[in-house]
Design a protein. Structure first.
Lengths: 248, 248, 248, 248, 248
């Protein structure tokens, strides 16, 4: 059984009635890339951090400084919280993270939007978005924003599925946006589309995605480089880098 | 040791003297397909849900809305309960699920019929049904319905075996119908046969299986598509979809 | 750490001074086959069952009816108890089963004979029997019955080794008969030899092994069939049948 | 969950305001080799030992005498502590080791420098050093010593990442020096460079690395020998030596 | 976490000031073979047994009779205890065994000699012995007996390393004799050399090793036979015999 994760608030501005947008590492890194862009373009402040004994015992860093791996950013105009992580959430930790978000963060937001990548069967499918909601209001909001509901029945797994299931049982309005994307490498193109076609109409904000397009191309270049390093790593010691460069 | 599963009742109609029909995912999806058809054709209402910390932390959905993964449906004419799941029950959870069915649901039904697929050795064997019972009455009922008893000795595993063993030790009349089916892909043909040749005479109801035949053909088509996706998934990241399309 | 196994007595006849003969599934199925024949030919009654949370959560059946997987049979003339199982005892459960036999069953028998198959190096070795005893009396009994003692030193593993070790530490007279048998498929020929050459003189009873010879040939035929099914199973879903046909 | 590690102090000299330099076994053995040289050249005394039930149950030795596997050395001029281990710290133990360093050793030092090897993509990259700090002061110290800050974002894993993360959360000033080195065999060349280019200006001491160059060549020779033994080990019994010769 | 092992004393003669000689199964079986010879040639009596829930649940036997797997033998002239086992000590049990030896047996001996095989790189290295000690006295005793100290630094693993580490922390004088031996098959030649060149001068006793030479040749023959059986086992059911013939 996993231990508890805890949210530590590092600012004191109020964000009630905010929309929580989740951008945790997953298929195609599409959620990470899209939400990182939202955080940067809206110039959100760090709102707090989530910590758990279950998370990998690693040190995340940016620009030469150590930082917490799992962070929440926020702003009031528009009223938005974002959830980001420098490391993939291990399967054993998704339960404690989900319970933490519902228990400790729920007062800070009134609805949650989760992002999940799904493998595109073809290039033309990339960027297609369908939604699944937990409530009548959010179902109407999805439809009103021009987002198709997912056909038929199915299941959503990973950390997104756990967060969605936890919100559903806690009666927190939540929706997941499933974006078709390249399953093999980070896909900033799909990230850009989910922002423009789904997040902007649904949350009602504007995000400059020209910067994303450039960042996407830069990431594409880095990832090609990483893929080559990955091959060398695996030939060397069998360890896999985790999406961002891993030292030691 | 697994934690407990709990049944939460979501309606208040009475179903005493009902027959519980189990349709959990398993070999050939034959139980799932057959019982889904029974639930739909008899227009059963959702009777309750079963939840456990042991179940996979995923969000199930249908037609764009999140729902509980493991559900019980019921009706009074005929008096039938069905047990269905959008996700395969993991081996670690079959014990807690079985104890939950016997402890929390036993007052709602007077006998249980479990369905299990067994691999057919040839096309001509598909749809052959044999039964195993826990009591004299159900053995007589099987024979009276024209269902052959299983020859020789053996064991029944999986979630069906665990449910049958739990009922046997709790003195709840129960029988399993073992249906020969295609072990590799969903087999609505076998599902249709077990309804017509075994469930209808045994439970004494009528279910329109023409719809099932069409649905079966549709599922066959979808599954061929899924098999192709499966291959792409596995080449991509090693994860396996679980019988229904899996996003994230 | 394993949980406890418990013996539940289902009859009330007395069997003091009885010999317990163990016939649990193992190499070559030789113990199972031999003891099944003893139980049938001596027309023993079911004496009780052994149950444990550790045992596989499966439903065993015979002739269309569910039964307990691990059963004890007994009779008074000759005074014999037999221990049989429809499923292999998993390694994690051999400890609790052994402690249960010594704690709960010890009053019902005065000595125990365990059967174990060992791989024959050649056809001519098949049926060779050597014995190992825990006490002077049983060592004399082995020798008196014309059974050679095992040469040199070694160890006996599996459920038989655990039972023998438990009896040794509990000062219960016990012996193991190690029978050379075909390690790849069930070997009723070795089973027949261990009955005629070892069990009959040691326990002082008569068992008709002509029926065993026929049954052996029938099992041989079924096992060839099972081997073919096994291959199909493994190509299909990776699950292995466990010696008897496994549905679901 | 891991048990606790404990620090036992074996001397009584004071080392306040010291710099702790970590040299635990890792990629390229670069941290081990560099810090071993620092300990030897500065003629540091053994300051204490760290012990945990989680550490591998092995006996470390040097020159025919058993010693503790994980040792802390120290001196007052310059004020330096070093942390060394004869065995790689297993992943399950990095948490308890990190907590021990922060809880039991923190009074003995005022800042910590961790060393980590990163695989060099080419020969010309070997010896390149970048730094990551937890505080403004240490960031300035890195820059002042001519050490580049790590570009972009990423994560640092292994025992170094765990120690850095623990210091970060305990507000202990800490920095990691990431050294590009040969990922396949011990790299004393990279160890020499990190001493001369980073440790000497950062900690303000002088260490004779001519001895290291010779030692490096000796280790290179021994490691080639070990690699041959490794191959023989693996063909023999599947066990792997752990960087130093392993008997039994 | 492992459970406790307990020593049960089966005789009442006193052995204070004795030397404990460990001969547990390990690389090349060299410790087992050498110490078995010491026990037999000195005609030591069984002194007690060590039992643990962690040890494999198997029944050991010799000459047709069950015996405890882990046994201590002893004598007073010379004052010697030997520690032997019919089964390899599993990695999970080395901790509890080591603690048992130090806690329950320490009053019966004043110093411990452990034997460990190390793979010889060539035929000419076979029988080379080096020593590692925990105290000044034993280091002097090693040197006085003409035994070289191990060069450089390293680690000693397995049950021998755990015993040595436990003695070191309990301040019990102990030494390990590392013998180069054939890593692939039992090596009675190395066992004979470690007796004549190291144990005899160190413990000051005489052991007839002519018998060992013959026994060695006999074991060589048996092991060639076992190797053939091993191959057949593995083709049959994937189980490995553990150095002595394994039935069931």
């Amino acid at each position: 059984m996993s231990t508890d994760a805890t949210f530590e608030r590092t600012t004191n501005f109020e964000t009630d009635a905010a929309t929580l947008i989740e951008g945790l590492p997953g298929l195609g890194m599409v959620a990470s890339i899209a939400v990182d862009q939202v955080t940067n373009q809206l110039a959100l402040d760090q709102y707090g951090t989530i910590h758990s004994e279950d998370f990998p015992p690693v040190a995340a860093f940016a620009d030469g400084r150590v930082r917490d791996s799992v962070r929440v950013y926020g702003g009031t105009d528009p009223a938005v919280l974002t959830l980001q992580s420098d490391v993939p959430i291990p399967p054993d930790s998704v339960g404690s993270l989900s319970r933490c978000v519902v228990a400790d963060l729920a007062e800070s937001f009134e609805r949650a939007i989760f992002l999940a990548g799904a493998p595109a069967d073809s290039e033309s499918e990339v960027g297609d978005v369908v939604g699944v909601a937990t409530s009548d209001d959010l179902e109407a909001a999805l439809t009103g924003a021009g987002i198709s509901l997912a056909d038929g029945s199915g299941v959503i797994g990973g950390v997104t599925g756990a967060l969605l299931d936890e919100c559903y049982h806690a009666d927190i309005p939540a929706a997941v946006l499933v974006v078709r994307s390249n399953p093999y490498i980070p896909d900033p193109g799909a990230a850009r589309t989910v922002i423009e076609d789904a997040l902007e109409p649904l949350v009602d904000f504007e995000v400059d995605t020209e910067a994303l397009r450039e960042q996407a191309e830069e990431i594409q270049r880095q990832k090609r480089q990483l893929a080559e390093q990955l091959q060398q790593y695996q030939q060397g010691d069998g360890r896999k880098p985790t999406g961002t460069p891993m030292y030691q």
